[in-house]
Design a binder for this molecule. Structure first.
Ligand code: GCU
Length: 601
């Protein structure tokens, strides 16, 4: 539903949430595609953007134009163009697109009989990086950001037969983008997540937040938002298992706020969501036009001095970092998410850091179901243009979209604003802006960012100024890999001025699976194993240490890693290889978490 602002950028002026439980039609499958490095289908030879002129040009690829006779000149044809799988990245599906960065056009034809008084939306789980979307030749809008969902209404445009949905996907890296020019992950391009059609009544439940009130474990509070500003619309919110049924009425904005104490008349008590028992309740929202179901867990998360309290009890975050990659390609399916979380559970984790961007919604819904606490992050990664107002608006929009999508997931406990950003006043005000924005959208979760540290007289210091604005002090350190001695690591001193929980959001080292040698030989499993042992001994002595998410669960592709015979385009810091084989360090961390679990249980 739409876009406004900055050319016609899709800002989440109202994302439709909980898409899996709505009346949907999948458009996944084979799509025709055209590789267009010169954006010939978008610009005239004088660089005029076709869709900004009032002329319907047959040369504009989104018109899906076909020659009407043998003399007419048309220099593209989707229907004769090759096919590619959606969802999926183009890099690992087509060898000649492995390194490709630029524009690829996608086209999908479909029929749809939309009944009277019904509305239709097309929803994308994600398109990397910029998507220009058209239906039947009409521009629906633009979305920027490769890792968050967006949707457009197509009620007035859809036809019963032969609709053509065209997406111009462009993964060019840009200085002013988020992320910007430099990342240590593969810039997978394309329609990387599900595409669905959603049919809704004229006025429908578009968004809602249903969680425990901040700091109160017996009050459920929240808001339900309709698609339209309709006053006095009746909504029934029920949670059958807790014998809760509340009648809500919308205000002039089509919103209904609520707050109620659980068990007042029923004596029913909430079973709180936790990794040990990831209890979720079926929540039903009903109007006289629709019924919408959702599974929601209820838990409180807060900090108290150096402690992180889950449901009021101190918890240690036994974590691991994960990229959205499986078997050397962009992960997209539930099966991919299950494979990654199964390894995570096998490690003995109760926490994952989904790096460095919002992952697929199915990963969050599975973490909710399986009982894994989650750190979610937006890709404000390394150096981005902290002085550019449009870059800030873009980053804020990605934050809005991920919080809108996942705010009802009990498993999400931390929103992270950034990773390893260089110190500057511009950077500080940029991040403070994001922190404040996140707090306006969600008061119930903790805010953090992965910080860098400095050293003075051999002591590691975590005193980044931005720490004042964060609930959790998290930092990345690579003792024994990018510097520092492993033998003396266990005696290393660390200090921080913040009496807040400390989380080591990254540590680790590379190993080629199957390469063996002494503990001092880099790239061997023995070196990585020793690095883990020494770092864990160092970390457990750190001040206020309340968690960690070592770098990283599996080896992953990166254009920055080119050492022949060892890296070959992969960052090898995984505890598991890209082909699924565990390295020795996997078991070092598994043992450590067994011990930690006993300490906190
Ligand atoms: C950085 C960064 C990661 C990167 C890792 C590495 O800290 O946050 O994205 O992959 O270090 O160097 O392996």
């Amino acid at each position: 539903m739409g876009l406004v602002c900055l050319p016609i950028l899709a800002l989440s002026q109202g994302l439709i949430i909980n898409t899996p439980n709505r009346d949907t039609t999948s458009l996944n499958g084979k799509w025709n595609y055209i590789v267009d490095p010169y954006e010939t289908g978008y610009y005239s030879f004088h660089k005029e953007v076709y869709d900004e002129t009032n002329v319907t040009s047959p040369s504009a690829y989104y018109n899906n134009y076909h020659a009407k006779n043998k003399s007419e000149l048309v220099e593209y044809d989707f229907d004769k163009s090759p096919l590619i799988q959606v969802p999926g990245d183009w890099n690992t599906q087509k060898e000649n697109l492995f390194y490709y960065e630029g524009t690829v056009w996608y086209k999908k034809s479909f029929d749809y009989d939309l009944k009277e008084n019904r509305r239709l939306f097309v929803c994308f789980g994600a398109v990397n990086y910029r998507a220009d979307v058209y239906l039947n030749g009409t521009k629906l809008g633009i979305h920027e950001g490769g890792f968050t969902p967006f949707d457009f209404e197509i009620t007035s445009l859809v036809k019963p037969r032969e609709n053509y949905l065209v997406v111009k996907a462009d993964n060019k890296r840009l200085l002013e983008a988020v992320p910007a020019l430099n990342t240590d992950w593969w810039n997978y391009g394309g329609i990387t997540r599900d595409v669905i059609l959603i049919e809704e009544p004229a006025v429908f439940i578009q968004d809602y937040a249903i969680q425990l009130k901040k700091g109160d474990r017996n009050i459920i509070a929240g808001i339900v938002t309709l698609s339209n500003p309709v006053i006095d619309e009746k909504i029934t919110l029920s949670i059958p298992e807790l014998e809760i049924e509340k009648q809500l009425t919308t205000n002039a904005e089509g919103k209904a706020k609520f707050e109620f104490t659980v068990g007042q008349n029923t004596g029913k008590e909430i079973k709180y969501w936790s990794p040990e028992s990831p209890k979720r309740y079926e929540v039903i929202l009903k109007t006289d036009r629709q019924v919408l179901k959702e599974n929601i867990g209820f838990r409180t998360i807060e900090t108290k001095g150096p402690d992180i309290l889950l449901n009021g009890r101190p918890v240690f975050l036994r974590g691991i970092s994960i990229h959205e990659e499986y078997q050397g390609r962009r992960a997209f399916s539930e099966a991919d998410a299950l494979a990654l979380l199964t390894w995570t559970k096998e490690l003995g984790c109760n926490f994952v850091r989904l790096a460095h961007y919002p992952h697929n919604e199915n990963m969050l819904r599975l973490a909710d179901k399986l009982g894994v606490m989650v750190w979610e992050e937006i890709p404000v990664y390394w150096s981005i243009d902290f002085t550019d107002k449009l870059t800030l608006a873009n980053a804020k929009n990605q934050l809005t979209e991920v919080i809108t999508r996942d705010k009802n997931r009990a498993c999400v406990i931390i929103w992270s604003m950034a990773n390893e950003t260089p110190l500057s006043e511009a950077r500080n005000s940029f991040l403070i802006n994001l922190v404040n924005h996140a707090k306006t959208l969600d008061t119930t979760r903790l805010i953090s960012a992965a910080l860098l540290t400095r050293e003075e007289n051999g002591v590691g210091i975590i005193d980044d100024k931005i720490g004042e604005y964060l609930d959790i002090i998290a930092f990345n350190q690579y003792r024994g890999w990018y510097g520092g001695d492993l033998a003396t690591a266990p005696d290393a001193k660390w200090t921080t001025p913040y009496s807040k929980p400390v989380v080591v959001s990254e540590f680790g080292g590379g190993a080629k699976q199957g390469l063996h040698g002494t503990k001092n030989e880099r790239w061997t499993e023995e070196y990585q194993e020793y690095l883990y042992r020494q770092n864990l001994l160092m970390i457990e002595k750190m001040p206020n240490i309340r968690g960690m998410s070592p770098w990283i669960l599996t080896d992953f592709r990166s254009p920055r890693r080119v050492l022949p015979g060892i890296q070959d385009g992969f960052n090898r810091k995984g505890l598991i290889s890209d082909t699924g084989k565990k390295k020795k360090a996997f078991f070092v961390l598994q043992d450590f978490y067994k011990k930690m679990k006993l300490q906190y249980d």
